[in-house]
Write a protein that binds this ligand. Structure first.
Ligand code: ADP
Ligand code: MG
Length: 795
């Protein structure tokens, strides 16, 4: 069992001596909880705890402001609660063997065939599936309120007898269903708009039902709009699973089915929860004060009366946190195993003697910043080791990642190895080629561009030169990882703007040579939690300082009706000899979206600035055309560059000082931050204008104001993640990020750090996972990660 598990999870295969080596834990040390100065974890209300650069204004706490903040917090909590409620979330960690894997049918005939088939349709077939289907929310039925006690404006649960129920004409001629339910203390109406005829059968006059929903006061008395209802059959029987307790509400079942499912969950919980083996070593569980797994599941389905209802509802109870830890821990353990596997393979030990390092640094046209120098040291240490480097350099836009890559490249080149530099766009690849050539050419190194465009012959010539080793440093887009590319002696792979490539591509380039060192760089700051999940197998270096002499970018949001003011500013910058970008979200006119496209924008700007030279750049142009336009802009033959998001990443023209983003509400925050990063690269003051539709939503306005308030990419990325969720944030699927059922990456940063530290700690002590106390882990890893871990270890 253990052996097969290890084989599946990228166990070290070669070099017996390396097996004993504890994996280095530099990332863990940086990200761990214990490190002083670690930013506080996101707070339970979902707002990031770190507020370093968001200017929250004067710290006055006027009552009005406090009230507003309180309201906002409340709203946010409601949104978070809604988000965790919306989907059916099935933890996919139900055991594949043992009693919990037995089919539901074995529970006996009390499970009607209709229920069984309904469950089957939802993919719930085994005992374990029932236990691991988590309630979406809870209802407080510890003490039911009498109808008189229901308070307008609050949620409430009550029981009453149906007095009347029928369809009545509603507003605007629509049909409405209205029932009146009463008890000894009074009565309340239940109303439903656009309801089907089935409702009537749920409100049988004379029957007792449970009503649950938000109470409001109306002209004709109190009512609940669209309350959830349930038959109240065994209200008086002692020990009922439906009453006198906090009651779970499950996702994907209508209210009528809730009762049967609740009964089922209770039976499975009682009979089977104790059969669950807790995979976490007891020592770890005790130290982190985590609930045992069976207890956590029982708690989640049927919380004790003392439980905190609000925490339950937002999936933050101690039991939920135990399950969230589980999810994150096994993710991190898989990553750590994989990372250890890479480390155990043999790579190249480069010479990083002071002479060589000095030579490399001296070739740069400027002095490294403190942060760059520190990261270079970290890279040098990695490169000197025989294990392959596998490091992520994260640095905000304009922090100077290219220079760091250049030093690393020179270390490899001086040792007689080739370097591959991969960029996500042709424009960026071409820019890198030019910059690397400027620095490396004088030292006698050949730099070549492997392009997807150009004639077949030209392309073949470059490919051959790379294969022969005549080109020492090859820059390219994904063309670099095509099948027909081969290197003579590849020693270092640099991947710029890593977030633009999928996990698969990263590994495919790594497999080009005999284990080259790998340096990946990302400018879209990825929140720490996501970086740890996506790149948990990498060591992390952070460039947290900008080169000297930068003035902060002045960012303003304008309505599209205020465009004249934006144009004024462009005019005044152009008069000073600077240049401007104007970015549009679309290339061609779209009938559906009333957006000005880039082509029309060019015409408009030419009219507005008759003296200026205005150029157009968009994704549908041929690579040669793009290069030519970019070249014109760089050489100041163009004053204004109208473009789509092709300039989003990497483009570096320091003389440009204005960035205008049209239809800004259509862009994500991180994307806006990237675009803004195209200016502010020189010493001159720079401006970023976000022009948004005056008809935008309130949410868009709030979102855009984050850009005005902060210039810290990490703060912005965290906001972005919080607003859009990890899937959308990353444009996922390609990222290989697993679905998490309980854990929430925008919120559970503290758990994630803990999970990573623990995973690495276990492997440091027991790299082969041989010790008896770890056998539960091995088994669980195998069950949970089968398939999913395969994606994470395509290398
Ligand atoms: P990014 O991290 O966004 O890729 P770049 O590597 O493109 O940033 O660098 C941004 C700009 O800063 C470039 O014009 C580069 O030449 C300049 N730069 C980088 N490092 C330094 C430094 N240490 N001193 C001065 N300028 C620097
Ligand atoms: Mg860059």
């Amino acid at each position: 069992m253990p052996t097969s598990a290890r084989a599946k999870t990228a166990a070290p295969r070669t070099g017996g001596a390396e097996l004993g080596n504890a994996p280095r834990a530099s990332y863990g040390a940086q990200a761990g909880l214990a490190r002083p100065g670690t930013p506080p974890a996101p707070r339970a209300d979902g707002r990031p705890g770190r507020q370093t650069s968001i200017d929250t204004g004067p710290a006055s706490t006027s009552p009005a402001k406090a009230r507003k903040e309180k309201e906002q917090r409340k709203k946010k909590r409601a949104v978070a609660a809604e988000a965790s409620r919306s989907e059916a979330k099935l933890l996919s960690i139900a055991p594949r063997s043992g009693p919990l894997s037995s089919p539901l049918k074995t529970l006996g005939k009390r499970l009607g065939p209709r229920l069984i088939s309904a469950l089957d349709k939802k993919g719930l077939r085994r005992m374990g599936d029932i236990l691991f289907l988590l309630p979406r929310c809870y209802e407080d039925r510890r003490r039911l309120l009498t109808i008189a006690e229901l308070e307008p404006g609050a949620r409430g649960v009550t029981v009453g007898i149906v007095k009347v129920a029928d369809f009545v004409p509603g507003k605007q001629g629509r049909r409405m269903f209205r029932a009146v339910v009463g008890d000894r203390s009074g009565s309340i109406a239940a109303t439903y708009f656009n309801a089907g005829p089935w409702l009537k059968s749920r409100f049988t006059v004379g029957k007792r039902i449970v009503l649950s929903g938000e109470v409001r006061a109306t002209m004709s008395g109190r009512e609940m709009a669209h309350p959830e209802i349930e038959p109240a059959e065994d209200l008086d029987s002692a020990g009922s699973v439906h009453f006198n307790r906090i009651v779970p509400v499950y996702p994907g079942f209508e209210r009528g089915e809730q009762r049967s499912f609740r009964e089922l969950a209770s039976r499975v919980g009682e009979q089977y929860a104790h059969e669950l083996e807790d995979p976490l070593p007891p020592e770890l569980r005790r130290r982190l004060e985590l609930m045992p797994l069976p207890e956590a599941l029982r708690f989640i389905h049927f919380p004790p009366d003392s439980a905190d209802l609000e925490a339950l509802d937002v999936h933050q109870s101690p039991a939920h946190r135990r399950l969230a830890f589980d999810e994150l821990f096994f993710l991190q353990l898989g990553m750590a195993l994989k990372r250890q596997g890479v480390k155990a393979e043999l790579g190249i030990a480069f010479d990083v003697s002071p002479t060589r390092m000095d030579k490399a640094r001296a070739a740069l046209p400027f002095q490294l910043t403190g942060a760059q120098a520190r990261v270079v040291e970290e890279l040098a240490r990695d490169m000197a080791r025989e294990e392959p480097m596998n490091r992520l350099v994260q640095g905000d836009v304009g922090s100077g990642k290219t220079a760091v890559a250049m030093v690393a490249a020179m270390v490899a080149l001086q040792a007689g190895y080739q370097v591959a530099v991969m960029a996500p766009t042709e424009i960026l690849a071409e820019q890198h080629e030019r910059n690397f050539r400027k620095v490396l050419g004088p030292l006698g190194f050949q730099v070549g561009l492997v392009s997807a465009s150009g004639t077949a012959k030209a392309k073949r010539q470059v490919r051959d030169a790379v294969a022969r080793g005549d080109i020492h440093l090859a820059v390219g887009t994904h063309a670099l990882i095509q099948q027909d590319m081969s290197f003579d002696k590849l020693g270092l792979v640099v991947i710029d703007e890593q977030h633009r490539f999928g996990v698969l591509q990263r590994h495919s380039l790594m497999s080009k040579g005999p284990k080259p060192d790998v340096l990946v760089m990302t400018a879209t700051p990825i929140p720490r939690t996501l970086a740890m999940t996506l790149y948990g197998d990498l060591d992390l270096s952070i460039i947290d300082q900008l080169p000297p002499g930068r003035t902060p970018i002045n960012t303003r949001v304008f309505n599209d009706k205020q465009r004249a003011r934006v144009y004024e500013s462009i005019a005044s910058e152009l008069a000073k000899g600077h240049q401007a970008y104007v970015v549009y979200p679309l290339v061609e006119e779209s009938e559906k979206l009333d957006l000005e496209d880039a082509t029309r924008g060019v015409e408009k700007l030419r009219v507005a600035f008759p003296q200026a030279k205005v150029g157009l750049l968009h994704g549908r142009m041929k690579a040669e055309e793009k290069d030519a336009v970019m070249e014109d802009f760089r050489e100041k033959r163009l004053d204004v560059l109208v473009c789509t998001t092709v300039v989003e990443v990497g483009v570096d023209v320091p003389n440009a000082s204005v960035m205008v983003v049209e239809a800004a509400e259509r862009f994500g925050l991180s994307q806006l931050h990237q675009l803004r990063g195209r200016v502010g690269r020189g010493a001159a003051a720079s401006y970023c204008y976000l022009v948004a539709s005056s008809a935008r939503s309130w949410e868009s306005t709030e979102r855009l104001s984050v850009m005005e308030a902060s210039s810290d990419g990490f703060v912005i990325a965290e906001k972005d993640l919080e607003i859009r969720g990890p899937g959308e944030f990353l444009g996922t699927r390609q990222s290989g990020l697993p679905e998490l059922a309980v854990a929430n990456l925008a919120r559970d940063g503290d758990l994630l750090s803990m999970a990573q530290a623990e995973a690495r700690r276990i492997l440091a002590r027991d790299p082969d996972m041989k010790s008896p106390e770890h056998q539960g882990l091995v088994k669980a890893l195998e069950e949970r990660w089968e398939g999913r871990l395969a994606l994470a270890r395509v290398g």
